[in-house]
Design a protein. Structure first.
Length: 235
């Protein structure tokens, strides 16, 4: 049999068009059929209002189909809406590339991290990764400063994996913030472990850097050294 040319090669379906078993989702079939019928009736000269009555569809749904010549464009709009799984896809993709292909195991992992969606969502995503339909998730936009600050101030062990990945992306994009995170984390350790006597080493490390706001904070600690050491050392 002749080999398919590049022009004849099938195009991968949009993300979200297949269910957990790799079969077309029912909503995809409904959209394709609705789109076909609307354009068929348009070609016959029917008005949008008339098509709405004929197909017992909402007028605005008919108009949306009529204004979208390519059904694939319509499918992308429907199937690529944000889902509960989106925040966990970078973690799942990383685990997948590490060799973990067990969807049930990965579902338990993201559930423990706070995922509240259905198991079928994870199953579908892992199946699509195996089939090559899904590739690496897009790099998420950098978080707003308030959210990034919350991640910085949190104990690393209390961050969910997608938050760890988010903070990692922020630190990679902003090297100066990367150093600030390290200093803030070290200060938190001093407080947690009641190591007030080590505060002067921390202040010296801050002064050796190029972080004016943090240096100003460090200088303020020197104004009443005894009280600072005592407060950091007491239970």
């Amino acid at each position: 049999m002749a080999r398919q040319s590049d022009e004849e090669a099938p195009v991968a379906p949009p993300d979200g068009t297949l269910d957990a078993r790799g079969r077309p989702r029912r909503i995809v079939g409904r959209i394709r059929e609705r789109h076909r019928r609307v354009h068929e009736l348009l070609a016959q000269g029917r008005s949008l209002r008339g098509i709405s009555r004929d197909l017992d569809l909402d007028y605005y749904s008919v108009r949306r189909c009529a204004q979208t010549p390519d059904v694939e464009t319509l499918l992308v709009k429907v199937t690529q809406r944000r889902t509960l799984l989106d925040d966990y896809k970078p973690y799942l993709y990383e685990r997948f590339t590490q060799g973990c292909r067990n969807a049930s195991q990965l579902f338990r992992e993201v559930r423990d991290q706070g995922y509240r969606g259905e198991r079928t969502g994870v199953n579908r995503y892992i199946r699509q990764l195996k089939q090559g339909i899904e590739t690496a998730p897009p790099t998420p936009a950098l978080p707003k400063p308030r959210r990034a600050l919350r991640w910085v101030m949190a104990h690393p062990d209390r961050l969910r994996p997608h938050e760890v990945l988010g903070l990692k992306a922020v630190r990679a994009a902003r090297p100066e913030l990367d150093k600030a995170v390290e200093h803030v984390r070290n200060f938190a350790v001093l407080m947690h472990e009641r190591r007030g006597q080590d505060i002067f080493d921390w202040i010296e490390q801050v002064h050796d850097g190029d972080l004016p706001s943090l240096q100003q904070f460090a200088r303020g600690l020197l104004h009443d050294q005894d009280a600072v050491v005592a407060s950091l050392s007491s239970a």
